[in-house]
Design a protein. Structure first.
Length: 1149
């Protein structure tokens, strides 16, 4: 969300380091604040494990240790801020020094329900050391965002700490992993109800996890890297994986060069055994450990550090802000709490609210509460003391106290001012800094200038404002400085549930309180031009969310300009009595700095706020994007187009699997939300529900794609996991600009952004710079110029072919177009290209408008061009194969019958010669043989005619099928062209609307000051002009559609004409072939008999009736080749509809 310092950031964050004193342990007395439990004070030994995961202490024998997750520790206190024990407890401590022996640990998983663990050190100076060490570990930013392996180590440590008598109870393992059956199978060697601690090593635990969760997705990832079913990949493959899949393409290659072999080998050494390293291999186990390791976190650790420039004016930052900080539940009833101020400040919040009311006699001490409600009251002085103690624990950057002052007693206001001075001391900024006087056009000081300072925001006395200007020698521009929160009159403002609540009831500030106010002077907001004219950047205004929404909708650009120089504060409307929150992103989008939320309600808006302000060192300040800071930059937060000077991103996330998501055996699902400007926001896309598996669900093809993130520096992705009933499991908020691409684990956090131990998700992300479609080929030409040059000539020919028709499409011809009988051939794969755009360096003639240019490229292909397409070529090959198969089958069948018939004639002929009696005449034997031959030939002829009909049927069907395919192709082409034309026309509509809107805005800007009464007339004229322009465009679109339809009808008519012509030719050829079958069968039979040695002159006589000069050259027994006329026709049909056959393919033999 923020701009970062240029260059490579040197990480200053340090990992957790546990002091030996904490490892060895310290002697304390633990006492209970709740006396109703009758728990006696007892001496214990406090310890911290070697990794700094847990604070634990021993209890009476035969019981487990009490263990606190250090990441869940909210605060540690000593001295007067610690809980005070009873005197009898203090009497147990020898040589105690007042409260310096006290140690209080505030622990909890939300900001309201805090548990306090209270200890008293037995030795002096011990408690302070433990307080500092524990708080440093609890607030460690790397520990709060550790790797997957670190959290598994944490789970292992917890199990080992729960061991009793050297054994880990199985019930603790069952509690951690919900599937008892899987646990039992993984612990196959278990005995009894516990596991020996000495056997339960880290390696054993990791092997146990592998058995509980099969993790087949990891093997799939390894195979994608090139393992080829092997359990390892090579060093080169791993280096390619890191430099392609895991590398952020948005990084500068000079500042962040790709890793070299030596660097990759160093990474491998952290995870791989020496045997694999010697062979330059990384195993599946080591690869899995790398994915879960420190080097592969989803967000680089430097993003958690203080990376923003903190020397910009205060108005250039988003400031973590709270509303009605003292409340713990709703706005009407419930407890107010001093502790809430501590807890809110410890989150890094830098702006808190104090609703101050006049105290009652006799003490007349001001108090804090929500006025005119049933919420309880808390001491104003105690709140200031809590703020003084906690203000700069989480962040050293300035804290803003937003006073809603209802104290109408000058005496009590003076007391309030005195409390501020005495309790805050030097931390309270009273006088303006010398370099930043309170004069018009003077920028506000920076967070760095105000380091460690507390600023008061309170209604300032009007004459005090005038005095400041007079001391600066400047003339008063306006005489009034009014309340910032809508001083409207009327009955509605007296309602308790009004949007603005009690803010409008603030009283006039006294001199004592006014002197405490400097750079945060609240005034009533009038109009944006008025604020720009005054140029008092130290003045700020507060807006209830409803009023802010109206300004956001009507004056977004003006609101954004206002926030470039002045502070603004948003707060929830009064009707949110349940303390729900609005979405803060709405007002971040226009640069509002202090977007105040109800911190006691951890809903999605609050979760987003917590996640966003986790970055930049959790300082509570995030530098706004550059265009929100520079006065020479303009930006429309409602834009859905790319903005000049801002590089849009693309983002894709695939949810692969989950690990240990719930302690219950239930179905789970994952939700992904994108928050940003309206054009980037996309909510509630989710995966499918896992089938009762919360331990290791695996999702298939659950990819969510965000093709264009217009403003990535202001966009965040929230990934959350929920049970099937909607119960929240955990989530994570990630800035789009900081997300690393590749395979990563996302370790989930709870509602207030504390890390959970086991729940995690394995995801694959892709990020990159967005390149518009019309510029994609330019980018390709720049990144791969050699390939571009190689394709240049081929694409030039394509363009020339297209440009040959361009004049035909401008005017619709009277008659449908007919295809060129000899068109220029084109490559098959390039005939229809629905995404064709002009290439870099190629000149395209300009048409009257964008669509006309596109239409010249959308001319339907001719019949000959259709026949060059791959899909049609594929059909031809299929038909050829079918015809060959039928041909071969018929050939085999006919040859078999000829052999049988010839054998029968041969036997009959030889038998007649052998049995012939002398008295029998030669003529009688000859007649018998001839009769037999005629009979056999008639049977063969009948068979041949049947086979010929089969082939005739197939060839006619192929003809129809081919023309049907051509018709489908041209209709598909027409549909695609119509769709593209419609898309282009829609873009034209948007362009016209934008142009008309700009014209309207410019017109309104010109008359807003001089002639505001003309604004309605401008809006009316704008509507009429826009409707007329859009109607004209629609008429043009109808004409273009008609042109394309005429073109389609012309091609269809050409197809029908060619089909009828080719069908007649084929039927004629088939008929001629059919009449030649008798002669061909006779020749085949004669040839076969001669081959068998049946050579008798008498056998030739029956064939003489069928002889033909054209058949004299036949010398083998085969189905005769087609006539020369048929062969010529077939050559034409090869490129049209009939299968193309070679001379051999056209015969039966």
């Amino acid at each position: 969300m923020a701009g970062a310092k240029p260059g490579v950031h040197l990480l200053t964050l340090k990992p957790v380091s546990v002091h030996d004193t904490l490892k060895k342990g310290g002697k304390f007395i633990k006492w209970e604040e709740d006396t109703s439990q009758n728990m006696p004070d007892r001496q214990i030994t406090l310890n911290v494990d070697a990794d700094g995961f847990f604070l634990y202490w021993g209890v009476p024998a035969n019981q487990e240790l009490e263990i606190l997750d250090i990441n869940m520790i909210r605060d540690t206190r000593t001295g007067k801020y610690a809980k005070q024990p009873k005197q009898k407890t203090l009497d147990l401590i020898p040589n105690r020094d007042e409260n310096d022996n006290l140690l209080t640990v505030a622990y909890g998983t939300d900001l309201v329900n805090i548990t306090f663990y209270n200890f008293v050190a037995l030795e002096p100076n011990v408690a302070k050391f433990w307080v500092d060490q524990l708080f440093e570990m609890a607030s460690n930013k790397l520990s709060q965002n550790a790797s997957r392996t670190t959290y598994l180590r944490k789970a292992y440590t917890k199990l080992t700490l729960q061991a009793m008598d050297g054994k880990i109870p199985l019930k603790n393992i069952y509690k951690m992993f919900p599937d008892k059956k899987r646990v039992d199978l993984a612990l196959a060697n278990k005995h009894g109800t516990a596991v020996n601690l000495e056997d339960f090593t880290w390696e054993y635990f990791m092997a146990f996890l592998d058995k509980v969760c099969g993790r087949p997705e990891l093997q799939t990832i390894l195979e994608e890297c090139g393992s080829k079913n092997k359990p390892f990949i090579t060093l080169d493959q791993f280096m390619k994986f890191i430099n392609t899949k895991q590398r952020d393409p948005r990084l500068n290659e000079v500042l962040y060069p790709p890793l070299k072999k030596e660097q990759v080998r160093q990474i491998m050494e952290n995870y791989e055994s020496p045997s694999h390293l010697d062979r330059d291999q990384i195993s599946l186990k080591a690869f899995s450990n790398y994915l879960a390791g420190e080097e592969n976190n989803i967000v680089p650790p430097e993003k958690l550090d203080l990376v923003d420039d903190m020397n910009q004016p205060l108005c250039h930052y988003f400031i973590n802000s709270s509303h009605n900080t003292y409340l713990t539940v709703g706005q009407l009833t419930g407890l107010s709490s001093v502790e809430m101020y501590r807890q809110v400040l410890l989150t890094g919040c830098r702006c808190i609210e104090l609703d101050c009311w006049k105290g009652r006699p006799p003490d007349e001490e001001p108090y804090i509460t929500h006025g005119f409600t049933m919420t309880t009251e808390i001491s104003f002085k105690e709140v200031l003391e809590a703020i003084a103690e906690s203000a700069f624990k989480a962040s050293n950057y300035p804290v803003i106290l937003s006073f809603e002052n209802h104290v109408d007693s000058p005496t009590q206001q003076a007391k309030m001012a005195n409390y501020c001075k005495t309790i805050f001391g030097d931390a309270l900024l009273i006088n303006p800094l010398e370099k930043f006087p309170l004069v018009p056009e003077q920028p506000l000081p920076s967070p760095q200038d105000l380091l460690g300072k507390i600023l008061i925001k309170n209604k300032k006395k009007p004459e005090m404002c005038s005095k400041n200007l007079e001391e600066a020698g400047l003339k008063e521009l306006e005489a009034e400085s009014e309340d910032e929160e809508s001083e409207e009159t009327g009955g509605e403002m007296n309602k308790l549930n009004s949007d603005e609540g009690t803010a409008y009831r603030e009283v006039i500030a006294t001199k004592e309180m006014s002197t405490l106010v400097n750079y945060i002077q609240p005034v009533k907001f009038k109009r944006f031009p008025d604020s720009a004219k005054r140029k008092r950047w130290y003045e700020m205004s507060s807006f209830v969310e409803t009023k802010a929404m109206d300004l956001l909708k009507n004056f977004p650009c003006e609101f954004l300009e206002y926030n470039k120089n002045q502070l603004s504060r948003m707060y929830p409307k009064g009707t949110r009595v349940d303390s729900s929150n609005y979405m803060p992103q709405l007002f971040w989008n226009i640069g509002c700095q202090m977007v105040a939320l109800n911190f006691q309600t951890p809903d999605i808006p609050m979760q987003l706020n917590m996640g966003v302000f986790e970055y930049n060192g959790r300082s509570g300040y995030l530098l706004k994007p550059e265009f929100m800071r520079r006065t020479d930059k303009e930006f429309d937060p409602f834009t859905d187009c790319i903005v000049d000077g801002i590089v849009a991103n693309t983002f894709k996330i695939t949810v692969i699997s989950g690990q240990f998501l719930s302690e219950r055996k239930v179905g789970v699902f994952v939700e992904v939300d994108m928050f940003g400007i309206p054009g980037d926001t996309k909510k509630r896309v989710k995966t499918k529900m896992s089938n009762g598996n919360s331990l290791d669900p695996v999702w298939r093809n659950e990819t969510f794609y965000f093709p264009q993130v217009i403003l990535p520096t202001l966009a965040s992705v929230r990934i959350s996991a929920c049970e099937e009933n909607g119960r929240f499991i955990g989530h994570r908020v990630l800035p789009v600009s900081a997300i690393r691409p590749g395979y990563h684990y996302i370790c989930l956090k709870n509602e207030i952004n504390q890390p959970l131990i086991l729940p995690s998700l394995l995801v694959y992300t892709e990020v990159g710079d967005f390149i518009p479609t019309e510029h994609q080929k330019y980018a390709d030409a720049l990144t791969d110029p050699i390939r571009h040059v190689n394709q240049f000539d081929k694409r030039q020919r394509q363009l020339e072919a297209l440009m040959a028709y361009e004049t035909e499409m401008v005017d619709v011809p009277d008659s449908p177009p007919t295809p060129d009988p000899q068109p220029t051939p084109k490559p098959k794969e390039e005939i229809i290209n629905n995404n064709r755009t002009s290439e870099p360096g190629l000149s395209i003639p300009k048409e009257k408008d964008n669509v006309s240019t596109v239409m010249t490229k959308l001319d339907l292909p001719s019949v000959d061009e259709l026949k060059e397409l791959k899909s049609y070529d594929k059909l031809q090959k299929k038909q050829i194969k079918e015809f060959k198969d039928l041909n071969k089958k018929n050939q085999k069948k006919l040859q078999s019958e000829i052999q049988k018939k010839c054998s029968l004639i041969e036997k009959k002929f030889k038998r007649s010669i052998k049995k012939r009696e002398p008295q029998e005449s030669d003529l009688s034997a000859q007649n018998q043989t001839v009769e037999l031959q005629e009979e056999q030939m008639q049977e063969l002829l009948k068979l041949q005619q049947e086979l010929h009909k089969q082939e005739e049927k197939m060839r006619l069907e192929h003809l129809k099928e081919a023309y049907k395919k051509l018709q489908d192709l041209v209709e598909d082409c027409h549909s695609n062209h119509m769709k593209k034309m419609k898309d282009v026309c829609e873009r034209e509509k948007k362009e016209i609307q934008k142009m008309m809107d700009r014209k309207r805005v410019n017109s309104i800007s010109e008359v807003r000051e001089s002639k505001p009464e003309e604004i309605n007339e401008i809006n009316t004229r704008h509507i009429k002009d826009t409707v007329a322009a859009l109607r004209t465009l629609e008429e043009e679109q109808d004409k273009r559609s008609e042109r394309l339809k005429l073109n389609l009808r012309g091609v269809i008519q050409s197809l029908n004409g060619e089909f009828e012509e080719n069908q007649k030719k084929l039927e004629q050829e088939l008929d001629e072939e059919y009449h030649q079958l008798t002669v061909k069968i006779a020749l085949c039979l004669q040839s076969e008999l001669q081959n068998k040695g049946v050579r008798n002159e008498s056998l030739s006589s029956p064939l003489s009736n069928h002889s033909s000069p054209g058949l004299a050259g036949l010398s083998n027994c085969s189905t005769p080749t087609y006539s020369s006329h048929r062969r010529s026709t077939n050559k034409t049909m090869d490129n049209s509809l009939s299968p193309s056959l070679s001379d051999t393919d056209k015969s039966f033999s």
